[in-house]
Design a protein around this ligand. Structure first.
Ligand code: ADP
Ligand code: MG
Length: 247
């Protein structure tokens, strides 16, 4: 029996400028529940800006972003609430240096979500176990490797029980030997059905984990297709050129 398609995010005609510089132009994108969308494109094409718009970190100049029907471009949107549903992990971890791993993870669940401490702690420990870092729960960020910090940053976002996860080049600052341990965590999330938008330059990962590839160039979506199609028969010259460089 076919499952009903549930649209979680609906982006229509999104425009974003910095001053008179247009950085996103007429972006249209729908993300359905359980889908993994991988966003590819050259540096400076607007990938981070797109994710930041979806997390309320950048005001937009035109168009609509709807999460379960609610327009997120409305000035009255409560981003503190929305960010509990749409979690984001950045390139540079951004863990609080003066807090332990557990304190970092529990901050949102306890202070923002006002959850029961025992219940939140139990979930945090389960998540840490899943990424193989339960034994580091009392460590400080400075005592961790880059790959460990990034896995903690992912756990911290997951502990808010988001419905969608946004990942912005989360392996880009890591030494090569640590890239894999972080990608494996994301691969496992995909397998469990998490809805994700992933910006990455890891082409093998994009190919194997993405349900859909969105290729951007100069603030626009140039191609939106399956990994199979994109990596074997890109439609545009710009995508072909991009693949020549990155593969
Ligand atoms: P990507 O993530 O694809 O490398 P970005 O979204 O970071 O691209 O940037 C897209 C464009 O917007 C770039 O030209 C960048 O210089 C510009 N840009 C990004 N952030 C700002 C900002 N805060 N102020 C002005 N320009 C910005
Ligand atoms: Mg970027």
């Amino acid at each position: 029996m076919a499952e009903a398609v549930e649209v979680l995010l609906e982006i229509r005609g999104l425009d974003k400028s910095f001053g008179d510089r247009k950085v996103l132009q007429q972006i249209d994108l729908e993300v359905t529940k359980g889908e993994v969308v991988v966003v590819l494109g050259p540096s400076g094409c607007g990938k981070s800006t797109l994710l930041r718009c979806l997390n309320g970190l950048e005001p937009v100049q035109g168009g609509e972003i709807r999460y379960r029907g609610q327009d997120l471009t409305d000035k009255k949107v409560n981003w503190r609430e929305i960010r509990q549903h749409i979690g984001m992990v950045f390139q540079n971890y951004e863990l609080f240096p003066h807090m332990t791993v557990l304190e970092n993870i529990l901050l949102g669940p306890l202070k923002v979500q006002r959850r029961n401490k025992q219940e939140a702690l139990k979930q945090a420990e389960q998540l840490l176990e899943r990424v193989g870092l339960l034994d580091r729960k009392d460590a400080y960020p400075r005592e961790l490797s880059g790959g460990q910090k990034q896995r903690i940053a992912i756990v911290r976002a997951l502990c808010m029980n988001p419905e969608i996860m946004l990942f912005d080049e989360v392996t880009a600052s890591l030494d090569p030997e640590m890239v894999r341990e972080v990608l494996d965590v994301m691969r496992e999330l995909a397998r469990q059905g998490m809805t994700m938008i992933i910006v990455t330059h890891e082409m093998g990962f994009a190919k194997s984990v993405g349900d859909r590839i969105v290729f951007m160039d100069q603030g626009q979506i140039c191609e939106m297709t399956t990994p199979q199609q994109f990596f074997t028969q890109p439609e545009t010259e710009r995508a072909q050129h991009f693949l020549d460089i990155f593969q």
